[in-house]
Write a protein that binds this ligand. Structure first.
Ligand SMILES: C[S@@+](CC[C@H](N)C(=O)[O-])C[C@H]1O[C@@H](n2cnc3c(N)ncnc32)[C@H](O)[C@@H]1O
Length: 391
């Protein structure tokens, strides 16, 4: 056994590490250190940054509400390429100038808007994507439900599926949702998913080559935005879409409107109870696993493995948790959002790439690897293959 990894050596390292952390904690708690670090030009920036971070944590809800206010007033579209002054914006939004000014100045301080000549307001660097991508505005509006649910965080943690989010996502905690919930609920979440899926689709299409595949089965396909964009991206592919029956009706309409109906097969079903259709050599699972508890995901991965031919591939893409063992360039704050979002929604959870890879391994996949992609905040991508040689 390597001496450094023997239990005794590890305990020693851990105890040194813990002592160091406790010493640092006492050091940070000292008011003298605060004063000293502010007076020292080499350390001042660290203390200033920490203070700003605490302030941001405290005021994050106000930032979100400023963003929601701007979205509801349609300010980003209004000001795109057309800066306006306070009175002009007031006339268009029917808000009194003194109150509106607070919103505009707050949006300037957050980088959403910026000051322009003649006392006008134009779009800031963060306002431009808001104007260009309606899906972000739709998520901002949708998050309002989440923020209502978690207003009292301890009450929420004690009783998470009582609020508007659980009602919004019927399948995430109700096995019979497909039979019970009204069609309107499936349309509502499918529209939101389709409008927020653009960034995820781009990540997948730019990270993976589909040329070697013949037929793709998209499980949990929603309205089929990913599958239809894939059909346009790789014109040789046949597409099979699997989702709950009320959702697949929407997907068919989407494929029909794009003239792609002859390349798609709708396979309505419930992966909790039904087997998956065979015939595809690539299965895609996009933003589905994180909605479900471990036992459901494990069973689903097994069903995918069963449905694939030998040599077939699974591509799993969704937002994933920061791995404690690896640095990575995904901001850890995004984990916070998804931990709470998924709890408010139902029984799913955010998983690290390693956890998902282990689950894929248990379902029989081999050659499992993470495919690097440019913007992991939208989704990370894992591939697994059904081994050529069966045991
Ligand atoms: C979060 S949405 C993701 C949709 C799409 N893949 C995307 O990224 O926009 C999850 C999808 O899984 C489907 N789904 C959930 N539970 C299911 C089940 N038991 N059987 C089949 N589909 C299910 C939902 O109807 C929904 O369309």
């Amino acid at each position: 056994m390597n001496v450094a990894s023997s239990p005794h050596a590890l305990m020693k390292v851990n105890s040194w590490h813990n002592q160091l952390l406790q010493w640092l904690e006492r050091l940070y708690a000292s008011p003298k250190l605060y004063q000293w670090s502010l007076s020292n030009p080499f350390t001042r920036w660290i203390t200033k940054r920490r203070t700003q971070q605490i302030f941001d944590l405290m005021s994050g809800f106000v930032y979100s509400q400023v963003l929601l206010g701007c979205v509801r007033l349609d300010l980003f579209k209004m000001l795109y390429q057309r800066p306006l002054d306070l009175s002009q914006i007031s006339a268009q939004t029917n808000l009194p100038e003194p109150a509106l000014q607070r919103l505009l100045l707050s949006a300037v301080s957050l980088g959403l808007l910026e000051h322009r000549s003649h006392e006008r307001f134009g779009l800031g660097a963060l306002g431009v994507p808001m104007a260009m991508h309606p899906g972000i505005g739709a998520m901002v509006e949708h998050n309002h439900l989440l923020y209502q649910d978690i207003q009292d965080p301890l009450a929420f943690l004690n009783n998470a599926w009582r609020g508007g989010m659980a009602d919004y996502w019927p399948y995430a905690h109700d096995e019979q949702a497909a039979d019970r919930a009204a069609q309107e609920k499936f349309s509502r979440y499918s529209d939101l998913m389709a409008s927020s899926q653009g960034f995820v689709v781009q990540e997948i299409l730019s990270a993976y080559y589909f040329d070697d595949h013949r037929c793709v089965l998209d499980v949990g396909a929603g309205k089929g935005r990913f599958a239809s964009e894939l059909a346009l991206h790789a014109k040789h592919l046949q597409l099979k879409l699997f989702d709950l029956p009320p959702v697949l009706e929407l997907a068919k309409a989407n494929f029909q409107s794009k003239g792609l109906l002859d390349r798609m097969t709708a396979c309505p079903g419930n992966f909790l109870h039904d087997a998956l259709p065979q015939g595809a050599d690539l299965v895609t699972l996009v933003r589905v696993a994180h909605d479900h508890p471990d036992e459901v995901v494990q069973q689903l991965l097994q069903k995918i493995h069963d449905a694939l031919p030998v040599g077939g591939t699974l591509l799993l893409a969704e937002p994933m948790a920061q791995s404690p063992s690896r640095g990575g360039d995904v901001a850890t704050q995004t984990d916070t959002y998804f931990h709470f979002y998924l709890l408010a929604m139902g029984a799913g959870r955010l998983r690290t790439p390693e956890e998902l890879m282990q689950m894929m391994g248990r379902a029989g996949f081999s050659n499992i690897e993470q495919v690097p992609n440019r913007m992991p905040i939208h989704a990370q991508i894992i591939l697994g293959r059904k081994h050529q040689c069966l045991p």
